[in-house]
Write a protein that binds this ligand. Structure first.
Ligand code: NDP
Length: 289
């Protein structure tokens, strides 16, 4: 069976590569190599030095930004074989990825942007949504390898997957913050957040933020660290690039980016994205519960 490789065993990559290892011979590499060894032990993958992943027919990456993907690709370039597919699950940047795709094609390697949505829980369950950018034939060729996905949608040429992902995350950011503002006011008025959410989630104002994130993480006061605030702010920056590139009207998303930039300054990039609501709680003098 053809080998696959996964680079970047972070909060998302570690469980995603776990699903690959259950179905295919899987090589893994991580900058902090101890994580690759742990993965090997847990899932029966094979931890290899970076150059070692060039043996694989399909190479997956899930790194913070396109910058790190391009750096890793540059190191790997002399080792890569023609006919290799590079599936980039990073929430990356469209223009940088188009340049990377051209660079890889010089060696006969086909790059596809394939960011994911569904969070760490979706990665663990293998139920992620994948939005893919790239040539149709290549998308069809790699689809059977996406063992961590429940839904795969081909959205356009290289870069289109990243663009859709960035806009999706901008909507996540809007919904989360807007729900936080509304709930702070209701709590101050004496309505419990739990009761308010019971109504909203059976009504037209509901979103993933009101149905899942706020009840499970804010009302419960659990605030688990699954998706760093710094990464969401990165996605908002990518979304701005998409909007500005098209000269699209964007007053609300622009403001949303500013709000989250401020939250990042206040709470630090390592805070979880849902912790942004702690700022609203601080300003409003109440907890959302
Ligand atoms: P993490 O911070 O948990 O993991 C980042 C990974 O990248 C680690 O394996 C890290 O290695 C590696 N890395 C960081 N810098 C470098 C570098 N310079 N060179 C090589 N490797 C590097 O991030 P996530 O898994 O949360 O996110 C990864 C991508 O997935 C991001 O683009 C994010 O926006 C996206 N995403 C995240 C979701 C989430 O819920 N967390 C959901 C959907 C998409 P090391 O172990 O050595 O630090």
């Amino acid at each position: 069976m053809e080998k696959v490789a996964f680079l970047g065993l972070g909060a998302m990559g570690y469980p995603m590569a776990g699903h690959l290892a259950k179905r295919f011979p899987t090589l893994v590499w991580n900058r902090t190599f101890a994580k690759a060894l742990k993965h090997q032990e847990e899932f029966g993958s094979q931890a290899v030095p970076l150059e070692g992943v060039a043996e694989a027919r399909v190479i997956f990456t899930c790194l913070p930004t396109t910058k790190e993907v391009a750096e890793v690709a540059e190191v790997l370039l002399p080792h890569l074989r023609p006919g290799t597919y590079w599936v980039d699950a990073t929430s990356g940047e469209p223009e940088g990825s188009r340049k990377l795709a051209e660079r890889l094609l010089e060696r006969g390697v086909v790059y596809l942007d394939a960011p994911v949505s569904g969070g760490t829980i979706g990665a663990e369950k293998g139920t992620l949504t994948v939005m893919m950018g790239g040539p149709e034939e290549a998308v069809e060729r790699v689809k059977p390898y996406l063992a961590y996905a429940k839904k795969v949608v081909h959205v356009g040429p290289v870069g289109a997957g990243h663009a859709v992902k960035a806009i999706n995350n901008a909507l996540l950011a809007v919904n989360l913050w807007a729900a936080g503002e509304g709930l702070v006011a209701l709590v101050r008025q004496g309505v419990s957040a739990e009761r308010a959410l019971e109504v909203i989630n059976a009504s037209s104002g509901r979103s993933n933020a009101t149905e899942n994130l706020i009840p499970e993480r804010v009302v419960s006061r659990a605030f688990p660290k699954t998706f760093a605030l710094g990464l969401l702010v990165k996605d908002l920056g990518i979304a701005m690039g998409v909007l500005d590139g098209e000269k699209a009207p964007s007053p609300l998303l622009r403001l949303t980016r500013e709000v989250y930039e401020m939250a990042k300054r206040e709470l630090g990039p390592e805070a979880d994205h849902v912790e942004a609501l702690k700022l609203l709680e601080r300003w409003g003098g109440v907890e959302i519960r």
